[in-house]
Design a binder for this molecule. Structure first.
Ligand code: CA
Length: 225
């Protein structure tokens, strides 16, 4: 038996899912929004969270980050649009899954079984180190070659997104979506501008190394070899 946190503001969907989870022998706690979900995790521990992406007070993605700050937790997102599903694929460490609405209960339950078998993600806290970078995810700080980087919020988001997928090329659109979620009006040049200032800060630490790579017409990646 597992304890599952279900955060979904559509009660019809939530009732069906909670019923199916209980029928499988799990304990399901249903919350209607992010605020109550955070209160729930304060007094209970869960083995898995099922999060609707479109919640009334906060996005399911932001809620996931908050939950993970407290404890490692596998997450299944319920997505309503293709764009949301795409974002799950670009998410931190691959300890997430999603089902697209409308979904079949059978499909969701299959994903739940898989998620519960997976070892819990370590992204809830701790330090991830690679290529001279040490990312303190809980403290939202990144050190490079032992030196703490003084980053703006968006520079931090940018570097964290690239660090999460070492060597992978992330397009401007992916980075915009990931880092500038709350500023959808930002222009095309936004990513480039922040890459430039971020690169300058990395060069100030290590002038010879150039880990932040530009892929013309494609996007950016971070070398951590
Ligand atoms: Ca919703």
């Amino acid at each position: 038996m597992s304890r599952i946190l279900l955060v979904e503001d559509e009660t019809a969907i939530a009732d069906t899912v909670a019923y199916a989870l209980r029928a499988e022998g799990h304990e399901a706690r249903h919350c209607l929004d992010g605020r109550t979900a955070l209160a729930a995790v304060a007094d209970e521990t869960f083995d898995l969270a099922i999060l609707d992406v479109g919640l009334p007070d906060v996005s399911g993605f932001a809620l996931c980050a908050e939950l993970r700050r407290r404890a490692p937790l596998p997450v299944i997102f319920l997505t309503a649009q293709a764009a949301e599903a795409e974002r799950v694929l670009g998410f931190e460490l691959g300890a997430e899954d999603y089902v697209a609405k409308p979904f079949s209960l059978r499909e969701l339950l299959a994903r739940v079984r898989v998620a519960l078998r997976r070892p819990p993600p370590t992204s809830g806290g701790g330090i991830a180190a690679a290529g001279g970078f040490e990312h303190d995810r809980a403290g939202l700080r990144i050190r490079y070659r032992g030196q703490p980087l003084e980053l703006t919020r968006y520079e931090y988001g940018l570097l964290a997104a690239l660090l999460a997928r070492p060597g992978a090329v992330l397009s401007r659109a992916q980075l915009m979506d990931r880092v500038w979620e709350d500023a959808p009006d930002s222009g095309d040049r936004t990513v480039d501008t922040h890459v430039k200032t971020l690169r300058a800060k990395l060069r100030a630490v290590a002038p010879d190394a150039d880990p932040l790579r530009t892929h013309r017409g494609l996007g950016y990646s971070l070398d951590v070899d």
